[in-house]
Design a protein around this ligand. Structure first.
Ligand code: C5P
Length: 265
């Protein structure tokens, strides 16, 4: 079995979302998962060939694969197309943050790729976020836009140094509200924030959650949760990197996580 992104379902719902958004009522929206299951494996590998090999091993298991800055910078659109050929859904994590015109153009370019999910910084501001959403709505019913609020590498002291007077927890909610008001489909958040954001913004917001650790040890991640705890708190997509990519048998590690989630692996 190939892992199939829920393309048919999501394009229908995305179309419904566009129509409903123009009707200025997001509350009635039902959000379908962007991938065939909640597990999205972060392919944080430098070499496109290694990423393709790993993707082939994870085909039929992982719902999605995440391509980040390093792999995209090395492999470009070509590696995205090659990964899509495995049948897994793709998450292109480029965290766009620039003037509205530039971000809108980048979103149009991403929409030309076989990608279901991409990220942008909420801190780019309302005009940038709205330009991104408008660009996406004009060309794609498949691509979901997910906003990063406060990077998990920043703490309250870092924010103060940037001139942000609010603690990180408040700043996350402030930026989340801004991004959702601008029409983005969801948020990237840490396991620590997921329950609060789900309670505040409701079931229609897509919550994408890294920092997942099935066992002991968080590597450099400080705010971690087990896959089942993150799901129970309201996560839609669990982004898992090293616990799978560095496992002796990545496919077995991915299957084990899916079993814990009650998903067929
Ligand atoms: O290896 P690990 O499971 O920690 O990988 C998590 C992935 O999620 C990495 O690709 C990392 O860049 C990404 N990410 C994160 N925290 C964020 C946003 C993205 O760990 N706030």
């Amino acid at each position: 079995m190939k892992c199939i992104a829920s393309a048919t379902v999501s394009s229908g719902l995305a179309g419904a979302r566009v129509a409903a958004r123009s009707g200025a009522d997001r509350r009635d929206l039902q959000v379908a998962a962007p991938f065939a299951n909640p597990l999205c494996v972060a392919l944080d590998l430098a070499e496109p060939e290694a990423a393709r090999d790993l993707a082939r091993r994870l085909a039929g298991i992982a719902g999605g694969l995440k391509v980040g800055l390093e792999l995209f910078t090395r492999g470009g659109a070509k590696v995205v197309e090659q990964l899509a050929a495995t049948g897994c859904g793709l998450f292109l994590d480029l965290k766009l943050h620039d003037i509205p015109n530039t971000v809108a153009a980048a979103v149009r370019a991403i929409a030309d790729l076989p990608v279901a999910l991409t990220t942008l910084h909420a801190a780019g501001g309302r005009a940038m976020l709205e330009a991104a959403v408008a660009a996406r709505d004009a060309v794609s019913t498949r691509l979901r836009l997910v906003a990063v609020t406060v990077l998990t590498s920043l703490d309250d002291a870092d924010l103060r140094a940037l001139g942000v007077v609010h603690p990180a927890s408040q700043q996350v909610e402030r930026l989340a509200e801004l991004a959702l008001a601008a029409g983005v489909d969801g948020l990237v958040c840490s396991p620590r924030e997921v329950a609060r954001l789900r309670a505040r913004f409701g079931p229609e917001v897509l919550l994408v959650v890294p920092g997942i650790r099935p066992g002991e040890g968080g590597d450099d991640q400080k705010r971690t949760a087990t896959p089942e705890a993150a799901r129970a708190a309201g996560a839609d997509v669990l982004v898992v990197g090293r616990p799978i990519t560095r496992a002796a048998d990545p496919a077995a590690a991915a299957r084990a996580i899916l079993r814990r989630l009650g998903e067929a692996g």
